[in-house]
Design a protein around this ligand. Structure first.
Ligand SMILES: [Zn+2]
Length: 289
């Protein structure tokens, strides 16, 4: 599943090719249309396919930003509005001159939204598993979960926010892994980077937040931010379906010390897996206490 570094990579690539461009037409796949007709909300949330097309067609793209794991595209038709996109499990944007130029068949077959830009290029959203989301919002407040997100991990105040939350009655007795993966505590730290940060810090994923000293919590937060930045530099992690807008994979997975490992990369001990907050958590029973 794409996490913060992967989303950041997509945003950095979409930005220069889209800002200032106008969307001349919008296509929505038959799969999405059928799903909407059946009362399901595949990808397009709280908006009908025709309304989505009408809203975006003719709009100019003013800005492309990342907030946590969301992509915010600021657009302007008569008024400014936001297209907010979450990649879900396997969402991917491609910037191509034709759909045939999308590099792999599995992505080509699952293109659901196509924005044709006024320079003739396409921004195509492919989503194999259709857990991605797109919302048209007047402001962030139209989708309240966006307002509950913790500050960006690199922003001023994010560390203080994390310490405050981790000490709060809601989180202090919870396993640290669950705490750091909660988007209201730290923005954008999912299973992969939480696993790696706890491994680097030699902290057992089930240890209660209250049983970690303040000094260690600060170091853990810094480790998370460092790993996220390292991954941004490495073009993100490609576990299965993540690709950037040119169809390239990231390489952060080559640097993992623990995620997806059968044996510890430090001491060679067989790794263990526990379920925390319904996610599989892999750790080294010898290194992580
Ligand atoms: Zn170990």
């Amino acid at each position: 599943m794409p996490e913060l570094p992967e989303v950041e990579g997509v945003v950095r690539q979409i930005r220069p090719v889209s800002i200032g461009k106008r969307i001349v037409s919008v296509d929505v796949s038959d799969t999405i249309r059928k799903s909407k007709k059946a009362g399901k909300e595949a990808i397009l949330k709280r908006i009908e396919a025709d309304d989505f097309q009408e809203r975006l067609a003719g709009a100019q793209i003013l800005g492309v930003e990342r907030r946590s794991k969301y992509i915010y595209m600021t657009m302007k038709n008569e008024q400014e509005f936001l297209l907010v996109n979450h990649l879900g499990m396997s969402g991917a944007w491609f910037f191509v001159d034709s759909l045939l130029s999308i590099p792999e068949d599995k992505f080509r077959r699952h293109v659901h939204i196509v924005l044709t830009l006024d320079d003739g290029n396409l921004l195509a959203f492919s989503d194999i598993r259709r857990f991605g989301e797109m919302r048209v919002l007047e402001t962030e407040a139209d989708f309240p979960p966006l307002l509950l997100m913790a500050p960006e991990p690199f922003a001023d105040g994010a560390l203080e926010w994390f310490l405050q939350q981790a000490e709060s009655p809601r989180f202090r007795n919870k396993p640290i892994k669950e705490v750091i993966m909660d988007g209201t505590v730290i923005s954008g730290c999912g299973n992969i980077y939480a696993t790696e940060a706890l491994f680097r810090m030699k902290i057992h994923p089930k240890r209660a937040a209250s049983r970690i000293s303040c000094k260690r919590k600060i170091e853990l937060f810094q480790a998370i931010a460092a790993i996220l930045l390292e991954s941004i530099e490495a073009g993100g992690s490609t576990i299965s379906d993540y690709r950037n807008i040119n169809g390239e994979s990231g390489s952060m997975q080559d640097r993992f010390g623990m995620y997806g490992k059968k044996t510890c990369t430090v001491c060679g001990t067989e790794t263990k897996t526990v379920k925390i907050a319904s996610r599989a958590s892999v750790y080294c029973p010898s290194c992580q206490k």
